[in-house]
Design a protein around this ligand. Sequence first.
Ligand code: ZN
Length: 399
Amino acid sequence: MSTWENNEEIKIFREYLQIPSVHPDIDYEPCVAFLKKQAQNLGLPLKVYTPGGEKKPIVVITWIGSNPELPSIVLNSHMDVVPVFPNEWKHPPFGAEMDSEGRIFARGSQDMKCVGMQHLAAIRALRKAGIQLKRTIHVTFVPDEELGGKPGMAMFVHTDDFKKLNVGFSLDEGIASATDVYPVYYAERFIIQIHFKISGTTGHGSLLHENTAGVKLNHLLRKMMEFRQEEENKLKNNKNFTIGDVTTINLTQIHGGVQSNVVPPMIEAVFDIRVAVTVDPDALIQKIEKFCEESGGGIEIEFEQKEPKVEPTKIDASNIYWTALKQAFDDAGIKTSTQVFPGATDSRYVRLVGIPAIGFSPMNNTPVLLHDNDEYLKADTYLEGIEIYKKILKALANV
Ligand code: ZN
């Protein structure tokens, strides 16, 4: 038996990992029941909100501060995990098996059931030590983040129930780091997913028609790929840049055509674009509209996704929570690097309503395995993360 087998926190973490809250069609009831048990054990009140419908519960466990009139701290995590390809896993994805090195294998071990349980574990430890913090802490567990969070955090932030939580600051997920430096995320890029509906002259495949959809597609792809190359060069030529600092442009789907000897009247191309926070998304859309005209016109643009511009969370002295967080990291000798998150998380909805939010998952010296096969987290890394949360919660909730 390994040294971690009997650790109470490891036991709780593994139990949570064993709940298959995996897309599609998640039944969140086992998660809610599990969290109710956790709240009971902690002696803390729990509330369930359902702005997105009965099947999309939002669970909030609350630790009231000694100055409950002060704005509160939210510790958010999502309960859902992405699908698995079980045949490609060496361990059952919902078995939470632990090997002799203490590696715990499960979908959600990094993204992000670890963080949700570490939040509770840190509170448990602080309460056991008789520590009382000034600000109220709300530990929130939300559904469907992996599908864009619409019935979860996206709706919740606009409800009166959320406003009543009087949130001053929020912590949510980050990503593991292969080095000893912990990335800390203060912003996210805007997502734009565009369908280009390219229409052109149709006819027999044996002729040379003008302005076919294929010719236009060729022009458009060239322009988009040149744009992509410019961004790739920016990333390569600036060693301080991470992927979040540039705009990414990727062709993700092409549809069209009916038969091999018929020139199609329409071809559809889909691009996933993540716009750097320093770029004006409207200017970028104008640039793309110009590409369409230059490619021969007759190209209709449809947005599958176009999110509102969200301001980055300030990481300077004007943000008292940031100052406290940074101080706590520095005092504990924790090396951090502030970055723009490469993907999207629920933090964008929190920032959208004007609340500062930081993404941070305490997993350093860990391979980045979110959404990958054999996702795992080491027990030691998990326990170390609890210690880090204890320090930063003390700092944040006493601001
Ligand atoms: Zn996640």
